[in-house]
Design a protein around this ligand. Structure first.
Ligand code: AOF
Ligand code: ZN
Length: 367
Protein backbone atom coordinates (compact mmCIF):
# COMPACT_ATOMS: atom_id res chain seq x y z
CA UNK A 1 0.00 0.00 0.00
CA UNK A 2 1.62 3.25 -1.11
CA UNK A 3 -1.11 5.50 0.23
CA UNK A 4 -4.80 5.43 0.93
CA UNK A 5 -7.59 7.99 1.18
CA UNK A 6 -7.17 9.72 4.52
CA UNK A 7 -10.87 9.68 5.34
CA UNK A 8 -11.87 6.43 3.72
CA UNK A 9 -15.16 7.92 2.55
CA UNK A 10 -16.12 7.31 -1.04
CA UNK A 11 -16.99 10.88 -2.04
CA UNK A 12 -13.94 12.49 -0.45
CA UNK A 13 -11.71 9.63 -1.53
CA UNK A 14 -12.19 10.63 -5.17
CA UNK A 15 -10.80 14.10 -4.44
CA UNK A 16 -7.88 12.60 -2.54
CA UNK A 17 -6.86 10.32 -5.40
CA UNK A 18 -7.31 13.11 -7.95
CA UNK A 19 -4.95 15.33 -5.97
CA UNK A 20 -2.46 12.48 -6.08
CA UNK A 21 -2.87 12.38 -9.89
CA UNK A 22 -2.02 16.09 -10.07
CA UNK A 23 0.99 15.55 -7.81
CA UNK A 24 2.22 12.76 -10.11
CA UNK A 25 1.57 14.81 -13.24
CA UNK A 26 3.72 17.64 -11.88
CA UNK A 27 6.75 15.35 -11.80
CA UNK A 28 7.07 16.20 -15.49
CA UNK A 29 6.65 19.95 -15.03
CA UNK A 30 8.00 21.82 -18.05
CA UNK A 31 8.79 18.61 -19.95
CA UNK A 32 5.59 17.58 -21.73
CA UNK A 33 4.88 20.30 -24.30
CA UNK A 34 3.12 20.31 -26.68
CA UNK A 35 1.31 17.71 -24.56
CA UNK A 36 -0.34 18.35 -21.20
CA UNK A 37 0.87 17.08 -17.84
CA UNK A 38 -1.27 14.12 -16.80
CA UNK A 39 -1.23 11.82 -13.77
CA UNK A 40 -3.12 8.57 -13.15
CA UNK A 41 -3.67 6.25 -10.19
CA UNK A 42 -5.38 2.87 -10.11
CA UNK A 43 -7.23 2.16 -6.89
CA UNK A 44 -8.57 -1.17 -5.70
CA UNK A 45 -10.29 -1.82 -2.36
CA UNK A 46 -9.24 1.61 -1.09
CA UNK A 47 -5.57 1.07 -1.96
CA UNK A 48 -3.40 2.50 -4.71
CA UNK A 49 -2.18 -0.40 -6.82
CA UNK A 50 -0.72 1.54 -9.75
CA UNK A 51 0.61 5.02 -10.50
CA UNK A 52 1.83 6.79 -13.59
CA UNK A 53 2.36 10.12 -15.29
CA UNK A 54 3.02 11.35 -18.80
CA UNK A 55 6.75 12.12 -18.94
CA UNK A 56 7.18 13.64 -22.41
CA UNK A 57 5.43 13.99 -25.77
CA UNK A 58 5.94 10.85 -27.82
CA UNK A 59 6.12 8.64 -24.73
CA UNK A 60 3.15 6.66 -23.37
CA UNK A 61 0.35 8.46 -21.59
CA UNK A 62 -0.17 8.46 -17.83
CA UNK A 63 -2.83 5.73 -17.98
CA UNK A 64 -0.47 3.32 -19.74
CA UNK A 65 2.21 3.68 -17.05
CA UNK A 66 -0.34 3.31 -14.24
CA UNK A 67 -1.91 0.22 -15.85
CA UNK A 68 1.54 -1.35 -16.33
CA UNK A 69 2.28 -0.64 -12.67
CA UNK A 70 -1.00 -2.22 -11.54
CA UNK A 71 -0.74 -5.28 -13.79
CA UNK A 72 -3.61 -7.77 -13.23
CA UNK A 73 -4.83 -5.76 -10.22
CA UNK A 74 -6.36 -3.22 -12.64
CA UNK A 75 -9.27 -5.58 -13.25
CA UNK A 76 -12.41 -4.23 -11.52
CA UNK A 77 -10.38 -1.33 -10.14
CA UNK A 78 -11.05 2.42 -10.39
CA UNK A 79 -8.74 4.54 -12.53
CA UNK A 80 -8.29 8.22 -11.61
CA UNK A 81 -6.95 10.47 -14.37
CA UNK A 82 -6.38 14.23 -14.15
CA UNK A 83 -7.35 14.64 -17.82
CA UNK A 84 -9.94 12.73 -19.83
CA UNK A 85 -8.41 9.60 -21.40
CA UNK A 86 -7.78 10.08 -25.09
CA UNK A 87 -9.72 8.16 -27.69
CA UNK A 88 -7.59 8.90 -30.73
CA UNK A 89 -4.38 7.76 -32.36
CA UNK A 90 -1.79 10.51 -31.91
CA UNK A 91 1.86 9.74 -31.31
CA UNK A 92 0.46 6.95 -29.09
CA UNK A 93 -2.66 4.71 -29.22
CA UNK A 94 -5.94 5.56 -27.38
CA UNK A 95 -5.93 5.24 -23.59
CA UNK A 96 -9.64 4.40 -23.57
CA UNK A 97 -8.85 1.08 -25.28
CA UNK A 98 -6.04 0.33 -22.81
CA UNK A 99 -8.42 0.95 -19.86
CA UNK A 100 -11.17 -1.18 -21.41
CA UNK A 101 -8.73 -3.98 -22.19
CA UNK A 102 -7.46 -3.92 -18.59
CA UNK A 103 -11.11 -4.29 -17.48
CA UNK A 104 -11.22 -1.33 -15.09
CA UNK A 105 -14.67 -0.91 -13.59
CA UNK A 106 -14.77 2.84 -13.13
CA UNK A 107 -12.87 5.88 -14.41
CA UNK A 108 -12.80 9.16 -12.49
CA UNK A 109 -11.77 12.10 -14.67
CA UNK A 110 -10.47 15.47 -13.45
CA UNK A 111 -11.50 17.44 -16.53
CA UNK A 112 -12.61 16.94 -20.11
CA UNK A 113 -9.74 17.20 -22.64
CA UNK A 114 -10.18 20.48 -24.58
CA UNK A 115 -8.30 18.96 -27.52
CA UNK A 116 -10.97 18.90 -30.29
CA UNK A 117 -9.75 15.40 -31.18
CA UNK A 118 -10.85 14.22 -27.72
CA UNK A 119 -13.45 16.68 -26.27
CA UNK A 120 -15.63 14.13 -24.39
CA UNK A 121 -15.20 11.38 -26.97
CA UNK A 122 -12.99 9.50 -24.51
CA UNK A 123 -15.72 9.66 -21.85
CA UNK A 124 -18.35 8.56 -24.39
CA UNK A 125 -16.24 5.63 -25.54
CA UNK A 126 -15.70 4.39 -21.97
CA UNK A 127 -19.42 4.67 -21.15
CA UNK A 128 -20.32 2.85 -24.36
CA UNK A 129 -18.06 0.01 -23.22
CA UNK A 130 -19.94 -0.20 -19.91
CA UNK A 131 -17.34 1.57 -17.77
CA UNK A 132 -18.76 3.87 -15.10
CA UNK A 133 -17.36 7.39 -15.56
CA UNK A 134 -17.37 10.36 -13.19
CA UNK A 135 -16.17 13.70 -14.60
CA UNK A 136 -15.07 16.96 -12.95
CA UNK A 137 -13.34 15.94 -9.72
CA UNK A 138 -10.92 18.63 -8.44
CA UNK A 139 -11.58 20.26 -11.78
CA UNK A 140 -10.12 23.69 -10.86
CA UNK A 141 -6.89 22.07 -9.70
CA UNK A 142 -6.67 20.01 -12.90
CA UNK A 143 -7.28 23.12 -15.00
CA UNK A 144 -4.59 25.10 -13.15
CA UNK A 145 -2.17 22.26 -13.81
CA UNK A 146 -2.48 22.66 -17.56
CA UNK A 147 -3.24 26.35 -18.01
CA UNK A 148 -0.96 26.71 -21.07
CA UNK A 149 -2.21 23.53 -22.77
CA UNK A 150 -5.86 24.50 -22.29
CA UNK A 151 -5.23 28.07 -23.45
CA UNK A 152 -3.40 26.86 -26.52
CA UNK A 153 -6.12 24.34 -27.40
CA UNK A 154 -8.84 26.98 -27.07
CA UNK A 155 -7.13 29.93 -28.74
CA UNK A 156 -4.43 28.40 -30.92
CA UNK A 157 -1.84 30.64 -29.24
CA UNK A 158 0.72 29.94 -26.53
CA UNK A 159 0.05 31.15 -22.97
CA UNK A 160 1.98 34.36 -22.26
CA UNK A 161 3.08 35.71 -18.90
CA UNK A 162 4.71 39.11 -18.54
CA UNK A 163 7.01 39.56 -15.57
CA UNK A 164 9.09 42.44 -14.29
CA UNK A 165 10.60 43.88 -11.13
CA UNK A 166 10.13 47.42 -9.92
CA UNK A 167 11.47 49.45 -7.05
CA UNK A 168 8.97 50.68 -4.48
CA UNK A 169 8.86 54.04 -6.29
CA UNK A 170 8.08 52.48 -9.63
CA UNK A 171 11.30 52.16 -11.60
CA UNK A 172 12.20 49.01 -13.45
CA UNK A 173 15.01 47.37 -11.55
CA UNK A 174 17.75 46.82 -14.04
CA UNK A 175 19.68 43.58 -14.03
CA UNK A 176 17.47 42.33 -11.19
CA UNK A 177 20.25 42.78 -8.65
CA UNK A 178 20.21 41.80 -4.97
CA UNK A 179 16.44 42.11 -4.61
CA UNK A 180 15.96 39.35 -7.11
CA UNK A 181 18.59 37.21 -5.43
CA UNK A 182 16.34 37.17 -2.41
CA UNK A 183 13.39 35.96 -4.41
CA UNK A 184 15.59 33.65 -6.48
CA UNK A 185 13.71 30.60 -5.23
CA UNK A 186 10.48 32.01 -6.58
CA UNK A 187 11.90 32.53 -10.08
CA UNK A 188 13.65 29.23 -10.01
CA UNK A 189 10.25 27.56 -9.57
CA UNK A 190 8.54 29.86 -12.05
CA UNK A 191 11.09 29.30 -14.80
CA UNK A 192 10.73 25.55 -14.84
CA UNK A 193 7.00 25.98 -15.59
CA UNK A 194 7.64 27.84 -18.85
CA UNK A 195 8.71 26.46 -22.20
CA UNK A 196 10.46 29.66 -23.21
CA UNK A 197 11.62 32.96 -21.76
CA UNK A 198 11.87 36.08 -23.91
CA UNK A 199 14.85 38.34 -23.25
CA UNK A 200 16.63 41.35 -24.68
CA UNK A 201 20.03 40.70 -26.23
CA UNK A 202 21.60 42.91 -23.59
CA UNK A 203 20.93 40.65 -20.61
CA UNK A 204 23.64 40.91 -17.98
CA UNK A 205 25.75 38.10 -16.60
CA UNK A 206 24.44 38.52 -13.05
CA UNK A 207 20.96 38.30 -14.46
CA UNK A 208 21.62 35.04 -16.28
CA UNK A 209 21.87 33.30 -12.95
CA UNK A 210 18.24 34.08 -12.27
CA UNK A 211 17.27 32.85 -15.69
CA UNK A 212 18.37 29.34 -14.87
CA UNK A 213 16.05 27.26 -12.76
CA UNK A 214 17.97 25.84 -9.81
CA UNK A 215 15.38 23.13 -9.07
CA UNK A 216 16.96 19.66 -9.21
CA UNK A 217 16.63 18.19 -12.70
CA UNK A 218 14.54 21.18 -13.78
CA UNK A 219 13.40 21.96 -17.26
CA UNK A 220 15.31 25.02 -18.48
CA UNK A 221 13.17 27.18 -20.71
CA UNK A 222 14.39 27.96 -24.19
CA UNK A 223 15.92 31.44 -24.09
CA UNK A 224 14.49 33.47 -26.87
CA UNK A 225 16.57 36.57 -27.43
CA UNK A 226 15.01 39.29 -29.50
CA UNK A 227 17.33 41.63 -31.26
CA UNK A 228 17.53 44.17 -33.97
CA UNK A 229 20.85 44.76 -35.58
CA UNK A 230 24.45 44.15 -34.70
CA UNK A 231 24.14 44.19 -30.89
CA UNK A 232 23.29 40.45 -31.05
CA UNK A 233 26.85 39.31 -31.49
CA UNK A 234 28.21 41.40 -28.66
CA UNK A 235 26.35 40.03 -25.68
CA UNK A 236 25.21 36.56 -26.61
CA UNK A 237 28.25 34.61 -25.40
CA UNK A 238 27.55 36.13 -22.00
CA UNK A 239 24.06 34.74 -22.07
CA UNK A 240 25.18 31.19 -22.56
CA UNK A 241 28.29 31.26 -20.41
CA UNK A 242 26.58 30.45 -17.13
CA UNK A 243 24.77 27.31 -18.15
CA UNK A 244 25.28 25.22 -21.23
CA UNK A 245 22.03 23.33 -20.51
CA UNK A 246 20.07 26.35 -21.70
CA UNK A 247 19.33 26.55 -25.38
CA UNK A 248 19.40 30.03 -26.87
CA UNK A 249 17.77 31.20 -30.03
CA UNK A 250 17.87 34.66 -31.54
CA UNK A 251 14.78 36.04 -33.19
CA UNK A 252 15.43 39.06 -35.31
CA UNK A 253 13.57 41.05 -37.90
CA UNK A 254 16.65 40.84 -40.06
CA UNK A 255 17.86 44.39 -39.75
CA UNK A 256 21.64 44.29 -39.47
CA UNK A 257 22.12 40.60 -38.70
CA UNK A 258 25.88 40.29 -38.75
CA UNK A 259 27.98 37.26 -39.62
CA UNK A 260 29.33 37.31 -36.06
CA UNK A 261 26.01 36.14 -34.62
CA UNK A 262 26.08 32.90 -36.58
CA UNK A 263 29.73 32.39 -35.63
CA UNK A 264 28.72 32.19 -31.98
CA UNK A 265 26.97 28.90 -32.78
CA UNK A 266 23.57 30.15 -31.71
CA UNK A 267 20.62 29.55 -33.97
CA UNK A 268 19.26 32.73 -35.52
CA UNK A 269 15.80 32.89 -37.00
CA UNK A 270 14.80 35.83 -39.14
CA UNK A 271 11.16 36.73 -38.58
CA UNK A 272 9.13 38.42 -41.27
CA UNK A 273 8.41 41.11 -38.70
CA UNK A 274 9.08 41.72 -35.04
CA UNK A 275 5.61 41.30 -33.62
CA UNK A 276 4.27 39.31 -30.67
CA UNK A 277 1.95 37.27 -32.88
CA UNK A 278 4.84 36.33 -35.17
CA UNK A 279 6.95 35.37 -32.15
CA UNK A 280 4.04 33.29 -30.77
CA UNK A 281 3.58 31.59 -34.15
CA UNK A 282 7.24 30.70 -34.04
CA UNK A 283 6.84 29.29 -30.49
CA UNK A 284 3.86 27.24 -31.59
CA UNK A 285 5.75 25.85 -34.56
CA UNK A 286 8.34 24.55 -32.07
CA UNK A 287 5.64 22.93 -29.90
CA UNK A 288 6.05 25.48 -27.11
CA UNK A 289 2.90 26.09 -25.06
CA UNK A 290 4.05 28.95 -22.87
CA UNK A 291 6.23 32.04 -22.96
CA UNK A 292 7.50 34.15 -20.08
CA UNK A 293 8.36 37.68 -21.17
CA UNK A 294 11.13 38.86 -18.89
CA UNK A 295 10.54 42.58 -19.18
CA UNK A 296 13.08 45.21 -18.22
CA UNK A 297 14.08 48.61 -19.45
CA UNK A 298 16.50 46.83 -21.80
CA UNK A 299 13.39 45.93 -23.79
CA UNK A 300 12.05 49.49 -23.95
CA UNK A 301 12.57 49.67 -27.70
CA UNK A 302 10.14 46.73 -28.01
CA UNK A 303 7.25 48.34 -26.10
CA UNK A 304 5.15 47.85 -29.20
CA UNK A 305 5.06 44.11 -28.36
CA UNK A 306 3.22 44.90 -25.11
CA UNK A 307 0.71 47.16 -26.87
CA UNK A 308 0.10 44.39 -29.39
CA UNK A 309 -0.23 41.86 -26.56
CA UNK A 310 -2.95 43.93 -24.87
CA UNK A 311 -4.75 44.75 -28.11
CA UNK A 312 -4.76 41.19 -29.43
CA UNK A 313 -5.47 39.50 -26.07
CA UNK A 314 -2.13 37.75 -26.25
CA UNK A 315 -1.11 38.43 -22.63
CA UNK A 316 -2.70 36.15 -20.05
CA UNK A 317 -0.80 36.73 -16.86
CA UNK A 318 1.30 39.44 -15.20
CA UNK A 319 3.77 38.88 -12.37
CA UNK A 320 5.27 41.97 -10.79
CA UNK A 321 7.87 41.92 -8.10
CA UNK A 322 7.96 45.02 -5.92
CA UNK A 323 11.39 45.31 -4.35
CA UNK A 324 11.97 47.04 -1.01
CA UNK A 325 14.29 49.60 -2.59
CA UNK A 326 14.12 53.30 -3.49
CA UNK A 327 15.61 54.26 -6.82
CA UNK A 328 16.62 57.55 -8.39
CA UNK A 329 14.71 58.53 -11.50
CA UNK A 330 17.61 59.14 -13.80
CA UNK A 331 18.08 57.69 -17.25
CA UNK A 332 19.27 54.34 -15.94
CA UNK A 333 16.04 53.78 -14.03
CA UNK A 334 13.10 53.98 -16.41
CA UNK A 335 9.70 54.40 -14.84
CA UNK A 336 7.24 51.55 -15.25
CA UNK A 337 4.52 54.20 -15.42
CA UNK A 338 6.15 55.53 -18.58
CA UNK A 339 5.23 52.45 -20.61
CA UNK A 340 2.36 53.30 -22.96
CA UNK A 341 0.04 50.31 -23.31
CA UNK A 342 -2.33 51.93 -25.78
CA UNK A 343 -5.53 51.11 -23.90
CA UNK A 344 -8.63 53.24 -24.13
CA UNK A 345 -9.83 52.08 -20.72
CA UNK A 346 -8.11 50.74 -17.64
CA UNK A 347 -8.09 46.97 -17.26
CA UNK A 348 -9.08 45.40 -13.96
CA UNK A 349 -6.92 42.36 -13.30
CA UNK A 350 -8.33 39.09 -12.02
CA UNK A 351 -7.37 36.38 -9.53
CA UNK A 352 -4.81 38.66 -7.92
CA UNK A 353 -2.52 36.96 -5.44
CA UNK A 354 0.23 38.53 -3.34
CA UNK A 355 3.23 36.49 -2.26
CA UNK A 356 5.60 37.96 0.33
CA UNK A 357 9.18 36.88 -0.15
CA UNK A 358 12.10 38.24 1.88
CA UNK A 359 10.82 41.79 2.00
CA UNK A 360 9.66 41.83 -1.62
CA UNK A 361 6.05 41.48 -2.64
CA UNK A 362 5.23 39.44 -5.72
CA UNK A 363 1.87 40.15 -7.30
CA UNK A 364 0.45 37.50 -9.58
CA UNK A 365 -2.58 38.39 -11.68
CA UNK A 366 -4.53 37.44 -14.78
CA UNK A 367 -5.69 39.78 -17.52
C1 AOF B 1 -4.20 11.09 -22.04
N1 AOF B 1 -3.19 10.84 -21.18
O1 AOF B 1 -1.14 11.23 -20.37
C2 AOF B 1 -1.92 12.59 -22.11
C3 AOF B 1 -3.00 12.88 -22.99
O2 AOF B 1 0.35 12.46 -29.58
P1 AOF B 1 -0.18 11.77 -28.38
O3 AOF B 1 -0.62 10.37 -28.63
O4 AOF B 1 0.76 11.88 -27.19
O5 AOF B 1 -1.53 12.53 -27.97
C4 AOF B 1 -1.46 13.85 -27.49
C5 AOF B 1 -2.82 14.31 -27.06
O6 AOF B 1 -3.37 13.41 -26.11
C6 AOF B 1 -2.75 15.65 -26.35
O7 AOF B 1 -2.94 16.72 -27.24
C7 AOF B 1 -3.88 15.56 -25.34
O8 AOF B 1 -5.12 15.84 -25.95
C8 AOF B 1 -3.84 14.08 -24.97
N2 AOF B 1 -2.90 13.89 -23.87
N3 AOF B 1 -4.11 12.14 -22.90
O9 AOF B 1 -5.20 10.36 -22.07
C9 AOF B 1 -2.06 11.54 -21.17
N4 AOF B 1 -0.77 13.30 -22.16
ZN1 ZN C 1 -4.06 8.90 -23.87
Amino acid sequence: VRCAASDGEDGNGDEFYMRRCVELARKAVGCTSPNPMVGCVIVKDGKIVGEGFHPKAGQPHAEVFALRDAGGLAENATAYVSLEPCNHYGRTPPCTEALIKAKVKKVVVGMVDPNPKVDSKGVDRLRAAGVEVRVGIEEELCKKLNEPFIHCMLTGKPFVCLRYSISINGHFSSGLGPGAAEVGGYYSKLLQEYDAVLLPSTSLTEKSLFLTSQEPGANQPLRIVIARGPDIAVDLPVLTADDSKCKVIVLTDGAGVGSKSSASGIETVVLKKMSLDVILDYCKSRGLLSLLIDWSEDLSEYEELLREGIKRNSLQKIIVEVLPILTEGDEGNASAAGVRLGMSNRIKLKEVKAVACNGSVILESYI
